[in-house]
Design a protein around this ligand. Structure first.
Ligand SMILES: [Zn+2]
Ligand SMILES: [Zn+2]
Length: 342
């Protein structure tokens, strides 16, 4: 089969002809119908985030059709439409038992530590395979499993309650899902903070109040729009020290800032004025949980979560086209999501 793979960090991905994986008892072989190209993939290609063993097929946002199942698999059948949880987990360690399987001691991630979805087929344990509702196209099913799932996890970690106010910093791939999911949770008001007018317009179309951080100080504007209180929940989905600081500063008394954007830089916060005095919380968000996926798929199936405007382009499984998209992601030039349809 064809697979587009990382052979050496810092080099361009290569198309390789490799064997279709063997299906063991608890595995499912899926014919890939859609694989999202994620900003993380640009980090992996550049060598900023480890990928092994090499060469390895990238792609952790995957939907397709079951081709074959192992002898021990009864949860899905050949021909079924599915999407894949990108983490593979043991189900038996202390973290899996506690329902925090993103910390599984023998866990792995497709497209990072085992072959992913930039290929014609992918083999994955049945525990990570979820039935995709007929109403959800493969392309949307694929990107649901990364950006939307992480947005949902961020909202769950923030303990958002109906009637609360939310500010979402960054309304790209994750943020547009977060705007819709926050409303599905019953948020009273959702403020979308970005510097890109197109993204803000799309967020507004989905019901958010836009805050253009290039034109106004977002913290002051959030305070103004919430009658001076600040927001109950702030989600940071960009990964910049400045927006992390703004997320904390925009909180109301007892507010929670959930941070999902990645950076290795530090940011400053005044402990007394901005944290202690208001009893605010700063919460880390890592990946998401298998138990969150059925809710996500139900909302996608019913239209409460609509990703049709998030996907900007589909491309075939060709190394150079994929490399070009990764180049554009490197320069933050790609507005929304590109999906490979092998
Ligand atoms: Zn992703
Ligand atoms: Zn485990």
């Amino acid at each position: 089969m064809k697979a587009v793979r990382l052979v050496e960090p810092g080099k361009r991905l290569e198309l390789q002809e490799i064997a279709i994986p063997e299906v063991s008892a608890n595995d499912v072989l899926v014919a890939v119908k859609a694989a999202g190209i994620c900003h993380s993939d640009a980090h992996y290609r550049a060598g900023r985030s480890p990928v092994h063993p090499l060469p390895l097929t990238l792609g952790h946002e995957v939907a397709g059709v079951v081709e074959q199942v192992g002898t021990g698999v009864s949860s899905v059948k050949p021909g079924e439409r599915v999407c894949l949880h990108y983490l593979t987990t043991c189900g038996e360690c202390v973290y899996c038992h506690r329902g925090s399987e993103q910390f599984c001691q023998s866990g792995s991630m497709i497209g990072k530590y085992r072959d992913g979805g930039y290929a014609e087929y992918i083999c994955i344990p049945a525990r990570s395979v979820f039935s995709l509702p007929d109403a959800v196209p493969f392309e949307q099913g694929a990107i649901l499993m990364c950006s939307s799932a992480t947005s949902l996890h961020a909202i769950n970690k923030s303990r958002l309650k109906p009637g609360e106010s939310v500010a979402i910093f960054g309304v790209g791939g994750l943020g547009l899902s977060a705007v819709q999911l926050a409303q599905a949770y019953g948020a009273e008001v959702v403020l979308a903070v970005d510097i890109n007018p197109d993204k803000l317009e799309t967020a507004q179309h989905f019901g958010a109040v836009p805050v253009n951080a290039r034109e106004v100080d977002p913290v002051a504007e959030i305070k103004r729009l919430t009658g001076g209180r600040g927001v109950d929940v702030a989600l940071e989905l960009i990964g910049l020290p400045l927006t992390m600081q703004q997320a904390v500063q925009s909180l109301a008394v007892l507010g929670r800032a959930a941070i999902a954007g990645l950076t290795d830089k530090t940011f400053e916060i005044a402990p007394y004025q901005e944290v202690i005095n208001k009893e605010v919380e700063l919460i880390g968000v890592a990946d998401h949980l298998a138990q969150e996926i059925p809710q996500l798929l139900a909302w996608a199936g019913s239209g409460k979560l609509d990703l049709s405007e998030v996907i900007s382009q589909t491309i075939p499984l060709e190394a150079e086209l994929i490399n070009d998209v990764l180049d554009q992601l490197e320069s933050f030039g790609k507005p929304l999501r590109v999906v490979i349809t092998p």
